[in-house]
Design a protein around this ligand. Structure first.
Ligand code: 5AD
Ligand code: FES
Length: 367
């Protein structure tokens, strides 16, 4: 049974010595192999609307960014992407969009229903903060999973970078609990290196992953977008001297490795943001330090450039078939396998006939 104390978590987050970090990464990789195996699951990402009514201080899709041409894909275009996911051998599609009020919950439910009836795909939704009634409707339509990163577990920082939609707007942690109640597999996650984020904040993020018992954990570096208040430096959340984290590949890899050690059975992607800050090796690096999922982009090339959450996104001009080839090549070069089927949490253990006690019994975090 692995044990890791709060103090040790903070020490690892501050660690810079390459040989010590190699130990951390090897530990995380062993935990990954033991609990989720060598399969890497491919989740095809469909970014189907770049309209958003929110004003998140770091995100290029924020409504106030008038320099962005917005698009909304048609139902036929989305279904075309789902068919392509099947033909490329993916087990899941992730339907992602900004908080776009023009997309009705019924319209989305119909598309989810079609994909579930006509294909073997698992459907993951990533549509931001929606009402309990909408989330319930999509679940009834067959949606399997929901991704809603909470971005940071530090409440003050969270509030500074997420203006509320309404004074009583929901809180993302509460929404994740609601989603779990509805029977979704739930995904959360954070950005690493947000201005105003301290090492303590990152340790808090790791604790929150465990407390929520997340099925999926997305961790990516924060990348400054010049058309946003946080990225332009106009907004500077305070942080104590020497406490500011950075959005480097190393810091991101430490967080991925610690998330794997603390949450052994979670599905953890090697994120596009990590691939963006190290185009040559970022994706593979994530897979070497605990990740077991990648999310190839299925968005038609003419829209991709417009879904500019942050600048210079990886694979911006690659066609879906090319990303598919490229990723399979990378996976094989690591001596790993491409997962088949939906790749839900817990599948790997079932296959191995190795259903372990619950997470909390496996890893004890000492307060
Ligand atoms: N840098 C890195 N990641 C970002 N995201 C949004 N803006 C940025 C940025 N500037 C991430 C958030 C969000 C996900 C869809 O993209 O974590 O949840
Ligand atoms: Fe898109 Fe390599 S994953 S080109």
């Amino acid at each position: 049974m692995a044990e890791i104390s709060e103090r040790e978590i903070l020490d690892w987050l501050r660690e810079r010595d390459p040989s010590r970090l190699r130990e951390l990464y090897a530990w995380a990789d062993r935990v990954r192999k033991e609990h989720v195996g060598d399969a890497i699951h491919l989740r095809g990402l469909i970014e189907f609307s770049s309209h958003c009514i929110r004003q998140c201080m770091y995100c290029g899709l924020r409504q106030a960014n008038s320099s962005l041409t917005r698009y909304r894909m048609s139902r036929e275009e989305i279904l075309g992407c789902a068919r392509q996911a099947v033909s490329l051998g993916y087990g899941t599609v992730v339907m992602q969009a900004g908080e776009d009020d023009a997309l009705t919950a019924e319209w989305i439910a119909e598309i989810v229903g079609w994909i579930k009836r006509e294909t073997p795909l698992a459907v993951t939704l990533s549509l931001g903060e929606r009402t309990a009634a909408e989330l319930a409707l999509w679940r009834e339509a067959g949606a399997d999973r929901y991704l809603l990163r909470f971005e940071t577990s530090d409440e003050k920082l969270y509030r500074a970078i997420h203006p509320r939609r309404s004074p009583d707007g929901p809180d993302r942690i509460a929404l994740l609990r609601e989603l779990r109640q509805l029977g979704y597999e739930i995904g959360g996650g954070v950005m690493v290196g947000i201005p105003g984020q301290s090492y303590e904040c990152l340790a808090g993020d790791l604790r929150t992953f465990r407390a929520l018992d997340l099925d999926m954990i997305g961790i990516g570096p924060y990348i400054a977008h010049p058309m946003t208040p946080l990225g332009s430096g106009q907004l500077r959340p305070p942080v104590a001297p020497g406490e500011q984290t950075d959005g480097s590949e190393e810091m991101t890899c430490k967080m991925v490795a610690l998330a794997r050690i603390l949450c052994p059975t979670a599905n953890i992607p090697s994120t596009t943001a990590l691939a963006t800050i190290d185009k040559a090796n970022g994706r593979k690096q994530g897979l070497l330090v605990g990740a077991n999922v990648v999310m190839p982009n299925l968005t038609p090339v003419q829209y991709r450039r417009l879904y500019e959450i942050y600048p210079a996104k990886a694979c911006i001009d690659e066609k879906p078939v090319d990303c598919n080839q490229c990723l399979r090549g990378q996976i094989h070069s690591l001596g790993r396998l491409v997962g088949t089927g939906p790749g839900s949490r817990g599948e790997a253990e079932e296959f191995a006939g190795l259903i372990e006690p619950s997470d909390s019994q496996l890893v004890q975090v000492q307060a």
